[in-house]
Design a protein around this ligand. Structure first.
Ligand SMILES: Cc1cc2nc3c(=O)[nH]c(=O)nc-3n(C[C@H](O)[C@H](O)[C@H](O)COP(=O)(O)OP(=O)(O)OC[C@H]3O[C@@H](n4cnc5c(N)ncnc54)[C@H](O)[C@@H]3O)c2cc1C
Length: 451
């Protein structure tokens, strides 16, 4: 396609005085959308537009359970259109943001998506959109620290596609290993599952993968010796779950060890190929599965944005959640924003909990600005976390509340389930997940590999 399509999209003319554009349909973007829609439900002077490259909200805390199959894929995604009772929604990729001219460009493809893989990359249709208020809520992506080989050879767990690919791969290697009776080395490499990263995602993922692999081998693969199965977690530091608590991190490590997980601590992964990982101590670990949860970084659009960034390339954002130099018009929140916790002086970690709380403050400040209220009425984001929880497999969890009440074991696991169940966006999804958990409790795991 040679003639590039670019169109200017108009906001509803004559009636609209303020146009709020929200970039990103994750926890923070949807939080802002819901609050603003409630406030301006009957106000035709305010138009709200949501743009996101996926047309659903992904409930990431339950992503490891998609890999283990205890929850069905569609039950943790909710269509963004179901949240839009006043706002317009566009499923498109934001391509550029012009902060000075208050304009964004988004792009989308036309026709069948898969053609992009068969022929040359399809050129997108670009559309320009002007805004009065911009909310940047575009999350982050995996950080491979510039190592292309790592990027090409690892599995990740940030999107629903990642979870589907990983689940299929786990089943595939079990099938392959059950055939490879003669080549012991190959069989062992196929049965070595490595997770890199000792944070939330890494620990929850290793717990889910370990349970799923060991249970499936026991039930369905008589040709595979359990002693050939290795599930390994590699961490760059000496502790697990540093975001939660040292004691609970130690408990998680001991419990996972009892469940069969091996740990390689204080070690980096320097290189990865399809069938091995090379560690910073030069140990070579033969494996066909390496799951990377070792770091995140904002996407290129954010890092290239004409504003101030912190050393991790996140947008420096004030406690009013405004982008410096663009006060009263550009707001940033969630994983792409760098916000200092006034209670600790440290940055708020990238969690859904913080993203949702930040969305209240952004909405209030936009409402205040539209209503022309004085600066002193602006809200500050100074949230103190009430608690943190993680699942570590075998119906076990760890939790800390108010910085001092620590729980572990089945009670923490149950609290995790109740808390996240309540926070699932719709009643329909809640019921479906309750159903999944019930069936998972009663029936054996499923090893069908649907490509
Ligand atoms: C496996 C896993 C488990 C987790 N578990 C927990 C947990 O238990 N508790 C917790 O608090 N947090 C957890 N988190 C972290 C949590 O998911 C994030 O902190 C949260 O999603 C941040 O919300 P956000 O809105 O900033 O970003 P996201 O939820 O990532 O949303 C970003 C949005 O921007 C869109 N987007 C990005 N780039 C573009 C573009 N160029 N054009 C258009 N749209 C774009 C994306 O499609 C997405 O809709 C977990 C994360 C993972 C990966």
């Amino acid at each position: 396609m040679s003639n590039k399509h670019v169109s200017k999209m108009s906001v509803k003319k004559n009636t609209v005085h303020k146009h709020i554009v929200i970039l990103g349909g994750g926890f923070s973007g949807i939080g802002v959308l819901k609050n603003l829609q409630n406030k301006f439900a009957h106000n035709n002077d305010v138009q709200i537009t949501l743009i996101s490259k996926n047309n659903f909200l992904l409930f990431t805390p339950m992503l490891p359970e998609i890999v283990s199959g205890s929850i069905e894929t569609r039950h943790i995604v909710t269509p963004l259109r179901s949240f839009c009772n006043k706002a317009s929604f566009y499923e498109a990729e934001v391509k550029s943001i012009d902060l000075d001219n208050k304009e964004i460009t988004m792009t989308h493809t036309i026709g069948r998506e898969f053609q992009r893989f068969n022929t040359e990359e399809k050129e997108g249709h670009d559309h320009k959109l002007r805004y009065d208020y911009l909310v940047i809520a575009m999350g982050n992506e995996n950080n491979f620290f510039g190592n292309e080989k790592i990027r090409e050879n690892v599995f990740t767990l940030k999107t629903i596609t990642d979870a589907i690919l990983l689940r299929n791969h786990l089943i595939k290697v079990l099938e392959q290993a059950s055939i490879e009776q003669d080549d012991k080395g190959l069989r062992k490499s196929l049965l070595t599952f490595v997770v890199v990263g000792g944070g939330f995602s890494g620990v929850e993922t290793v717990g889910a993968v370990n349970d799923y692999i060991r249970e499936s081998v026991k039930l369905y693969y008589p040709n595979i010796y359990m002693s050939d199965v290795r599930v390994v977690l590699i961490s760059a530091t000496n502790n697990l779950l540093e975001q939660i608590d040292e004691d609970l991190g130690r408990y998680a490590l001991e419990k996972l060890k009892v469940n069969g997980v091996e740990f390689i601590m204080d070690t980096l992964v320097k290189d990865v190929t399809e069938d091995k990982a090379v560690l910073s101590n030069n140990i070579v670990l033969p494996c066909y599965t390496l799951i990377w949860t070792a770091g995140v970084t904002p996407n290129k659009l954010i890092t290239d944005l004409n504003c101030k960034h912190d050393k991790n390339h996140r947008i420096i954002t004030s406690n009013h959640l405004e982008v410096s130099g663009y006060e009263n018009s550009v707001y940033s929140l969630g994983d792409c924003a760098s916000i200092v916790n006034p209670h600790t002086g440290k940055l708020y970690p990238p969690t859904a909990q913080n993203a949702i709380r930040q969305s209240y403050v952004v909405s209030k400040n936009i409402i205040s600005s539209i209503k022309g209220k004085p600066e002193k009425d602006k809200q500050l984001f100074d949230y103190k976390s009430k608690g943190m929880m993680a699942q570590i497999g075998k119906r076990t969890g760890v939790a800390i509340f108010f910085g001092k009440i620590k729980l572990h074991g089945i009670l923490a696991w149950w609290l995790w389930r109740m808390y996240y169940l309540i926070n699932l966006p719709t009643t329909k999804k809640k019921i479906k997940v309750i159903g999944d958990w019930t069936f998972d409790f009663i029936f054996k795991p499923d090893v069908s590999q649907i490509q």
